[in-house]
Write a new protein. Structure first.
Length: 148
């Protein structure tokens, strides 16, 4: 997928995440107007292309719809030669953060390094290249000490 397409998908994700995808009064598991299904579908497409652009060799992309009161999440686990990255997109209960990323040692590492976050506002303003550069910083720091 081209950088231009990924840029558009990134902005579409940011726009979807502005809404309450965990709308409890809407359609079961779909949120208002089916936005939750659209978010989960677009999130997986975006993360698969992101993995390719990051140069990851072993990749696992998943989505979890959760219940009707939450947005659900899309996750990427990917490995370079000396380490890896975990990226999760969703509406977290902590506030404005929508992207969580951290270093990992293998595809089954669910603890990883320190959590880093990108807010919805940052996601809607940054370029796709800036996102890639930010995530690639973890590649240089593959040998990490796990947070206590």
């Amino acid at each position: 997928m081209s950088f231009e397409s990924q840029q558009k998908n990134m902005y579409r994700l940011a726009k979807l995440l502005e809404n309450d995808l965990g709308y409890i009064w809407g359609e079961k598991e779909s949120g208002p107007n089916g936005d939750k299904k659209g978010f989960l579908r677009l999130g997986k497409v975006f993360l698969r292309a992101l993995a390719e652009d990051l140069g990851l060799r072993d990749v696992k992309v998943t989505s979890n719809a959760g219940g009707i009161a939450v947005s659900g999440e899309c996750s990427l686990y990917g490995m370079w030669e000396n380490g890896g990255i975990y990226v999760c997109i969703g509406q977290f209960c902590c506030g404005k953060d929508v992207v969580l990323y951290r270093s990992i040692r293998n595809l089954k590492d669910h603890k990883g390094g320190y959590n880093n976050y990108i807010t919805r506002q940052e996601l809607s303003r940054m370029s796709y290249q800036q996102l890639l550069n930010r995530l690639l910083l973890l590649r240089k720091d593959a040998d990490y000490e796990r947070a206590a």
